[in-house]
Design a protein around this ligand. Structure first.
Ligand code: COA
Ligand code: MG
Length: 290
């Protein structure tokens, strides 16, 4: 089976559009994607300046393999429409919509982009950070099956969810976990990527590594980050481990044996292995670049 290597989104770093020093640092960082932020990291008085800085930054940007995303303000806010137009001019890979409540919010952004002839390959990403978005997650994610809707990725907005629901942000995220799992499930149903929320504590990298591993085990494709120190632990957690690669290679090799050619199920090192496990192994190997 031939599987196209997925676009890695292990580490997705937010950078405030008003922070020139942080913007200048991006080129030297090893994150898979960057979200230049016009929204929560920018104070209301700085919104217009942020838009100008954004354009200047993208104007001088050399196109590389790293995915570049712009987070605009909510379209329902006073800045949203201007942000969306400015973002389109910057030619990013994707625009991240905050405070999405339902599928209509995404279709509205999509219509606005179509109206200004944005190229079809410009994707939309959606923050899942309001109670309504969590309740409507199935119909939001279903847009992933509709090519015309541009939707490519869901992003958990855990800080806003904590704020909006009153749930306590415990270190183990136990009360957020059911909602996060719903996001992963919906994303898979819609054929979308899904990214875990940020960890605000950026000096305790041991705790951060645990949170990354937890997100990986929950099925997320990667984690959103706020600080460069978080990149390496995220890349590590969301890359297949040596043991996983080895196991996948052994499954591939077992099914390649002539004696197993016509079999649907085989026995391998005391374990039942079916062809669905071969699909899983091939997906993991594609991710690992093998
Ligand atoms: N992206 C790129 N570079 C960053 C960065 C980021 N998100 N955060 C920090 N840096 C840079 C700093 O500019 C500094 O650069 P230098 O080595 O050239 O001096 C270096 O990393 C170390 O930064 P540090 O001093 O440890 O942190 P800080 O006090 O400058 O910044 C924050 C701390 C939290 C204010 C900052 O990390 C930040 O703004 N993060 C993003 C917040 C955001 O976007 N929130 C919205 C989404 S939740
Ligand atoms: Mg938010």
């Amino acid at each position: 089976m031939q599987i196209r290597p997925p676009r890695p989104r292990r580490s997705v770093l937010y950078v405030p559009a008003v922070n020139d020093k942080a913007l200048a640092k991006i080129a030297s960082l090893d994150c898979d994607a960057v979200v230049v932020d016009l929204e929560d990291a920018v104070a209301p008085a700085e919104k217009a300046t942020a838009r100008e800085r954004l354009k200047a930054f993208f104007g001088g940007l050399e196109k590389g393999p790293r995915e570049m995303v712009i987070r605009v303000n909510a379209l329902s806010s006073e800045w949203g429409a201007d942000d969306l137009l400015a973002a389109r001019e910057c030619r990013p890979d994707a625009i991240l919509l905050p405070k999405v409540d339902n599928a209509r919010d995404i279709l509205e952004a999509n219509d606005m982009l179509d109206d200004v002839d944005a190229r079809p390959s410009l994707s939309l990403w959606a923050m899942v950070e309001t109670p309504k978005a969590v309740l409507n997650i199935g119909s939001i994610a279903e847009l992933g099956r509709d090519r015309g809707a541009r939707l490519a990725c869901l992003v958990a907005g855990t800080n806003d969810l904590v704020k909006e629901t009153g749930v306590r942000a415990t270190a183990d995220r136990r009360y957020l976990t059911p909602w996060l799992m719903q996001m992963v499930l919906a994303a898979r149903a819609g054929g979308l990527d899904v990214l875990d929320g940020v960890s605000n504590v950026f000096r305790d990298l041991e705790a951060f590594g645990r949170e990354c591993a937890e997100g990986r085990d929950m099925g997320f494709d990667g984690k959103t980050l706020i600080h460069p120190a978080q990149i390496e632990p995220a890349n590590r957690a969301f890359s297949p481990s040596d043991a996983e690669i080895e196991e996948a290679l052994s499954i591939r090799a077992a099914f390649a044996l002539a004696e197993n050619a016509g079999k649907g199920v085989i026995s391998l090192n005391g374990r039942m292995v079916e062809r669905l496990h071969l699909d899983q192994a091939e997906r993991l190997l594609a991710k690992a670049g093998q």
